[in-house]
Write a protein that binds this ligand. Structure first.
Ligand code: ADP
Length: 235
């Protein structure tokens, strides 16, 4: 399994953000975490990326426990947080070289060139990040998350705030990346999981309420739409 999550709970003070979550995610799967705001999607992604520890339960990535073997686990994960906190005053190439340096990559220049090509940044690679459109900034964010060639890519609301054309491009890029590695993305937009994901996990108030292949949701009465609508009504 690329990711194994066993009976994970996360509490912030009195607030239970996640309650007894278990998930097994194999390689080369694009999994969509779908749920309303506050459902616990970001918290789950942060636990997998090692951003903070679970209150109870265990998470392992590529066979490495995120608490016991944090360096090995982190080397397997690329993470793009929700508000893509990239350095707007840096040049694209400069920023990616900096990200590559943080991962101790030896041949920085060729790794950065390969990544610029992979995410389609060639026309904008000479610019300062602050000059880029939001769609191209997301490409830079995805490039930094992939620079160390991780087996798992975690994307928190990767298309939020994009215009319709940028949306189409970034979704296509995510599908392309997902052919060769495990991708987990969060969204509160049902159409996004329908376009991009192989599997959908519906999450609500910190609990998994449905977990199935996208194709299986289509066989249910009312399909994914009805399952998702039920969540929104219950929010
Ligand atoms: P989502 O990503 O689905 O919108 P989150 O995982 O961000 O949901 O949040 C789940 C719940 O945990 C929310 O009620 C949120 O307010 C709470 N929460 C998340 N992070 C923190 C934190 N650092 N401190 C306190 N509460 C938090």
């Amino acid at each position: 399994m690329a990711i194994s999550i066993q009976h994970v709970s996360k509490q912030f003070g009195n607030q239970m953000a996640l309650s007894d979550i278990s998930l097994e995610i194999p390689s080369a799967q694009v999994l969509g975490l779908l749920g309303p705001n506050g459902a616990g999607k970001s918290t789950l992604m942060r636990l997998i990326s090692g951003y903070f520890p679970a209150s109870s339960g265990s998470v392992s990535v590529c066979g490495f426990d995120v608490l016991d073997e944090p360096m090995q686990a982190r080397s397997c994960v690329g993470y793009l947080p929700e508000h893509n906190p990239i350095h707007t005053d840096m040049f694209v190439r400069e920023y990616l070289e900096y990200a590559a340096g943080l991962h101790g990559i030896k041949n920085v220049s060729s790794a950065v060139n390969a990544m610029i090509e992979k995410v389609g940044l060639q026309p904008e690679a000479h610019k300062i990040i602050g000059q880029l459109s939001k769609g191209y900034r997301q490409r830079v964010g995805i490039a930094q998350a992939l620079i160390h060639d991780p087996k798992v890519l975690i994307l928190d609301e990767p298309t939020s705030g994009l215009d319709p054309i940028q949306l189409v491009d970034i979704r296509a890029l995510i599908r392309k990346v997902g052919r060769e590695r495990t991708v987990i993305l969060s969204t509160h937009i049902m159409q996004e999981v329908e376009e991009v994901c192989d599997r959908v996990v519906l999450i609500h108030h910190g609990v998994i309420v449905a977990d199935d292949a996208l194709s299986e949701f289509a066989n249910r009465p009312g399909g994914l739409e009805s399952a998702f609508h039920e969540l929104e009504v219950r929010s």
